[in-house]
Design a binder for this molecule. Structure first.
Ligand code: AMP
Ligand code: ZN
Length: 270
């Protein structure tokens, strides 16, 4: 099945998007989110790109320029959020302080900051859904990574759409590429001649994610799908036994599972 059909099927099977509702697509500038916004637009959805300028030197500059051009050419509205205006610092500074003071590693800190900013701005843009470019390979790595960390519950929210009842203040996150393998997305982006960078994030080194990526590289796409589908089967039971209430963060007012949201907990040392 070609990936456009597969993505349309994932959207239909999991009820991810209603026609007409506003979908904000988180754009990193990479092949996954670029292909995603392009395909959603082609399928007739009401898309709006949202990109965070993380201030990762030339890498961020090139990604930003590429996305401005790409969205213009494809008639996709784009909002770029400036991390320094938002938080006063670029992501490298934030990560190095948090690593020193809390011993939390790179990708998880960056992920927490990105999720907080994306939710806040998707809400401002009036989004009904917030779509990210996470693909089958990312999801297979997550399942294995959580097992190996000894904390399967970390994956309790990992599905094509964040589950449960809609939560006030929280734009539902969707992952239409959940079952689509990374190599097929790369092929799609190249065959459509997208003018983008194909390299991985320059900051993602020496992290657990990078290690897991090397373990999963010898699995074929069918095996990755088995890992992901297997986990989806046990998910309802995991969720049933681990209901987590969502409240409002005491500090920033964004959704939180504890008194403070993850972002405020991470950022209180910066
Ligand atoms: P990553 O965490 O880099 O693997 O990215 C996973 C997904 O998060 C991407 O496919 C995008 O949808 C989103 N994302 C990553 N970086 C950014 C960014 N700088 N701005 C907006 N969305 C992003
Ligand atoms: Zn907070």
């Amino acid at each position: 099945m070609d990936i456009e059909k597969q993505i349309a099927k994932t959207i239909k099977d999991h009820g991810l998007i209603k026609k007409g509702e506003k979908v904000v697509v988180a754009l990193s500038g990479g092949k996954d989110s670029t292909s995603l916004v392009y395909i959603l637009k082609k399928l007739g959805y009401n898309v709006h790109g949202l990109m965070i300028d993380l201030y990762l030197g030339q890498w961020s500059k090139t990604h930003n320029e590429n996305m401005i051009k790409f969205c213009k050419e494809n008639d996709i509205p784009l909002t770029i959020v400036d991390l320094k205006k938002e938080l006063g610092q670029g992501i490298c500074f934030i990560k190095s302080i948090v690593k020193k003071k809390k011993n939390l590693t790179g990708c998880s800190v960056c992920g927490t900051v990105k999720r907080w900013i994306l939710n806040k701005h998707a809400k401002k843009l009036g989004a009904k859904k917030l779509a990210t470019g996470h693909n089958l390979d990312d999801e297979a790595q997550n399942v294995l990574m959580n097992f190996l960390k000894g904390n399967v519950l970390l994956g309790v929210n990992s599905s094509p759409a964040t589950g449960g009842k809609p939560v006030e203040g929280f734009v539902q996150r969707i992952k239409p590429l959940f079952f689509t393998p990374e190599d097929e997305i790369r092929k799609y982006a190249k065959s459509n001649n997208f003018k983008i960078l194909y390299e991985k994030c320059p900051c993602a080194f020496g992290t657990y994610r990078v290690e897991t990526r090397s373990w999963t590289k010898d699995l074929n796409n069918k095996q990755k799908l088995k890992v992901v589908e297997g986990f989806q089967k046990i998910l309802p039971k995991l969720r049933g036994n681990n209901k987590m209430e969502i409240a409002m963060c005491k500090k920033c007012g964004e959704p939180a599972r504890k008194e403070l949201c993850n972002f405020c907990e991470v950022m209180n040392c910066v």
